[in-house]
Design a protein around this ligand. Structure first.
Ligand SMILES: [Zn+2]
Length: 434
């Protein structure tokens, strides 16, 4: 029996498909061209997926269309690996039906060939810094970083966006004349002359597109730039220039040259809601959370960040934002129940009603008002008390190490009835602004 189970798992592993990617269509009210952005074909190139995730979250499209896939190679992104099922960008000439990337590659090919799509950008972080003359082992013609990569000069006979070389040079020169963080971050245009010179690239996504008369190129920031914010800014600036050329009008409410502003947005990981009755802010969350009341199976995770994924591994749930693991959740198994009933809390002297999976802000103190739930404030205990309601509590009454965030401001309150878990509320202690 045991052997059969192992064998079964082996089969499942062998034919497991890459986790599906997401396609976000941002379409303006005024019709126009469609730019398709593909991020995350290589899982260890974070500039290539945090930039499109950023686009998805912070850009508004007024005219024309921006289609965004932030996470093409989802499983490899979580693993921070170029391709855990092999190099996906070498599977566009042919892909085996049993390949774990088969479904992903088949699906993305269809999207690339969609009649609406006018231009495709495939985002990467490449090695070194591309230069057309050899300078040293890092700055040379064989490097891929800080370059717009084209497979050929133009797509013959295609008027709209068919002159790849001209487009790439235009965007690159604007980028270089704008403010680079370092002079050596300057961009180049690399023509791989794929048809004649590069057998490997003949298997790639952009070459598949170009040979199907779809203008496509790659934007590569450098793996040698370790600061993610720089890479994201460079990728975004390139994409913005392409949008301008395509007359796609966009709005954003931040300054793209403001490093701190962009960085704060990149590292805002948003929220997770679990089973509609628990909600955590992921930005400052501690790396481990124990005794989280979950079901045995079929727990439902909803995220606000497009690169968020959850991986269930033996005794825990790993939450990722791109290649960054933000938290391990260790469950305590409960039967769940739901209710429309609200919870009444006295906060800083005022009564407030809230439903589960909410965060409430507290300046000084709070008291959970009595109901028929058993209340458990994690990190608080009082001798002889089973249900921790009807007690006025200050932040200093709760032990710091039970907070869910690194800043020790957020704490869990859990509600139970007849042995079933109903929901959680997060108490957020905020500094009193006087
Ligand atoms: Zn790559």
């Amino acid at each position: 029996m045991r052997t059969i189970i192992v064998f079964f798992i082996f089969i499942v592993e062998l034919f497991a498909s890459n986790t599906p990617f997401d396609l976000y269509k941002k379409e303006g009210e005024i019709k126009g061209h469609t730019l398709l952005i593909i991020g995350g074909i290589h899982g260890d190139e974070p500039g290539g997926y945090f930039a499109p995730a950023f686009l998805e979250k912070y850009y508004k499209i007024k005219s024309g269309n921006l289609w965004i896939i932030p996470n093409l190679n989802t499983d490899s992104i979580m693993a921070d690996n170029r391709g855990i099922y092999g190099d996906m960008n070498r599977k566009f000439s042919s892909v085996d039906k049993n390949d774990n990337d088969f479904e992903t590659v088949t699906k993305i090919k269809k999207i690339i060939l969609d009649k609406k799509v006018d231009l495709i950008l495939n985002l990467h972080d490449g090695h070194g810094f591309y230069r057309n003359k050899y300078e040293n082992a890092i700055f040379n013609p064989n490097a891929w970083g800080q370059a717009t990569i084209i497979d050929q000069e133009k797509i013959n006979g295609l008027e709209k966006f068919g002159n790849l070389d001209e487009l790439a040079n235009k965007v690159t020169s604007i980028l270089n004349n704008d403010s680079l963080f370092q002079e050596y971050h300057s961009f180049g245009v690399k023509n791989t002359e794929t048809k004649f010179k590069d057998e490997q690239m003949q298997l790639s996504l952009t070459y598949f597109a170009v040979t199907n008369n779809k203008p496509a190129m790659a934007i590569e920031t450098s793996k040698n730039i370790t600061e993610l914010t720089y890479k994201v800014i460079y990728q975004l600036k390139s994409i913005e220039e392409f949008m301008k050329i395509m007359d796609i009008k966009f709005e954003r409410d931040f300054d793209i040259n403001n490093y701190e502003q962009v960085k704060n947005k990149i590292y805002d990981f948003g929220k997770v809601t679990i089973n509609n009755n628990i909600s955590f802010d992921l930005t400052d969350i501690k790396s481990n959370m124990r005794f989280v009341p979950l079901k045995k199976n079929d727990n439902k995770f909803d995220f606000t960040h497009s690169l968020a994924r959850v991986k269930n591994s033996d005794n825990k749930y790993e939450i990722y934002i791109g290649n960054i693991k933000v938290c391990d959740l260790y469950p305590q198994i409960f039967d769940l129940s739901t209710t429309k009933e609200k919870i009444k809390i006295l906060i800083d002297g005022k009564e407030l009603e809230t439903s589960f999976a909410n965060i409430v802000d507290i300046k000084n103190d709070f008291k959970i008002l009595k109901s028929d739930f058993r209340v458990n404030i994690i990190g608080f205990s009082k001798n002889g008390v089973d249900s921790e309601d009807d007690i006025l509590i200050k932040k200093s009454d709760i032990q710091d190490n039970y907070s869910i965030d690194n800043s020790n401001n957020k704490y869990r309150v859990e509600f139970y009835k007849d042995g079933k878990f109903y929901g959680m509320i997060i108490l957020n202690f905020i500094a009193d602004k006087k």
